[in-house]
Design a protein around this ligand. Structure first.
Ligand code: PEP
Ligand code: MG
Length: 458
């Protein structure tokens, strides 16, 4: 369960500090004599009371309870629950307001009414990762939290040492290090770990989190938020990749014997042009706000890519006609996840701006091993020379056509394979945000020209 921690603008915590802490800082009106009188954005409670006593009208720019609930609703689009922690000196007033508003959320909004918990002489731990507070934690929990804190400090020291430094090997080869995200709420972690961009935004979570087809505007708002927060850094957004292990009821897909080999990912989009068009419109509209790249999953054939590009052209023509801004030079790429895409990689490379290898699926389809099965043991081997040779074939094809190639599957973070990736000539690695710094540290210690392809041997 994902729980958002929320405090208010009266807490003295800035929005930027909140982002660092993993805490949302939202406006909250205070109840004064049972009335909401104060927005709390510009004035501290003390200033408010002083202003009020001096007879100044400070009740003009307050958000209504509806405004607060709109903000909470937005947070709850991405989280299962919200815990509001009033941290300000106007505690009781913020708390009363929050308690009143929380009542209409069926338990999804909890108010950590610290007045009711006796914290005197007790230890409270704020877990910014899971967005919750533990009062009087059990010794095991406290131990785990202390370990986490030590890891964080280590990570922080690593970060301070690496921040803004280029990701180059000792002999000067640059490898871009991007991060993977599943939803807009993860962007804070991407920035915190100083990733150079987002190499895979799994957009299907927007569909998985919706009760019905997400509208163009809904998607646009999410993509725009991510792109704007990344402030000019590249954001590669993968189009819908459902089917197989990710089923969405309202798509009403036929039951398949082998869904991993069935109608999934790009196949659904090409079969349902309206669904595809909605997403592409949202993506192109978001491209006006930063550096978006669009990536298509589960490609096996050149005709699929041509069809995707035609769909993009159509959407761009529509936006032109409507006078809606977008970036015409938005990069288009494909995922290399199937042996077929490796075998026709030379032809595919002529059609797109980049390749990104989905090693999770590439391993599954190359080795004929279900990635969901837990009992395949040594048969499921992402280090298998066949997988690594497939990577090399795709990289050679990409470079021959003058395009770049990255890895966005889990293998990208496998430090044991970093030298192999350098020898193959991988240009970008996109990994989970917490793997960014260790990977960067390792790249900066490597010497690309001494790396070998020995792991490709049987
Ligand atoms: C992959 O297959 O490696 C990949 C990145 O995509 P997903 O894991 O979302 O299928
Ligand atoms: Mg995949």
């Amino acid at each position: 369960m994902r729980v958002a921690i929320v405090t208010d603008t009266n807490s003295g915590i800035s929005v930027a500090e909140g982002r660092e802490l993993g805490v949302f800082v939202l406006p909250m009106p205070l109840l004064v004599d049972g009335q909401i009188r104060y927005e709390g954005v510009d004035l501290t409670p003390e200033e408010f009371y002083a202003a009020q006593q001096a007879g100044r009208d400070v009740s003009t720019s307050q958000p209504s309870p509806g405004d607060v609930m709109d903000l909470w609703d937005r947070v709850l689009e991405e989280y299962d629950a919200l815990v509001y922690i009033p941290m300000s000196s106007g505690l009781s007033a913020s708390c009363q307001t929050a308690l009143a508003l929380a009542e209409s959320y069926d338990g999804r909004v909890q108010v950590a009414d610290l007045r009711r918990i006796s914290v005197t002489q007790k230890l409270a731990v704020l877990d910014g990762y899971n967005h919750c507070v533990y009062v009087d934690p059990a010794p095991e929990l406290l131990g785990a939290m202390e370990d986490k804190r030590k890891d964080d400090l280590k990570q922080e020291a690593l970060l301070q040492g690496l921040k803004k430094k280029p990701n180059v090997t000792l002999d000067g080869r640059e490898v871009k290090v991007y991060a993977n995200i599943g939803n807009a709420g993860d962007v804070g972690l991407v920035l915190q770990n100083d990733a150079q961009g987002i190499g895979l935004f799994r957009s299907e979570f927007i569909y998985l989190d919706s009760a019905d087809y997400p509208s163009e505007d809904h998607q646009f708002t999410i993509y725009k938020r991510v792109v704007e927060t990344m402030a000019g850094k590249k954001v590669i957004i993968r189009t819908l990749d459902i089917g197989a292990d990710k089923q969405v009821d309202y798509f009403e897909m036929h039951k398949e014997e082998n869904p991993a080999l069935g109608v999934r990912a790009i196949r659904i989009c090409l079969n349902r042009p309206e669904v595809f068009r909605t997403q592409l419109r949202a993506l192109y509209r978001a491209s006006a706000y930063g550096k978006v790249a669009i990536m298509f999953p589960m490609i096996t054939s050149v005709w699929e890519v041509k069809e995707c590009k035609r769909a993009c052209q159509k959407v761009m023509a529509e936006l032109d006609k409507e006078g809606v801004p977008y970036r015409k030079d938005t990069e288009i790429g494909i995922m290399i996840e199937t042996p077929a895409s490796v075998l026709v990689a030379e032809e595919l490379a002529k059609e797109v701006d980049f390749f990104s290898v989905g090693t999770n699926d590439l391993t599954q389809y190359t080795l004929a091993c279900d990635r969901q099965a837990n009992d395949l043991g040594k048969f499921f081997d992402p280090h298998h020379p066949a997988v690594l040779r497939a990577l090399k074939m795709a990289a050679d094809a990409a470079h021959k056509a003058g395009i770049w190639i990255g890895i966005c599957g889990e293998l990208g973070a496998d430090l044991e394979l970093l030298e192999t990736f350098l020898a193959i000539g991988i240009d970008e690695l996109s990994v989970s945000p917490t793997s960014v710094l260790p990977l960067r540290a390792e790249i900066r210690k490597s010497i690309a020209k001494t790396c070998t392809l020995e792991k490709l041997e049987c």
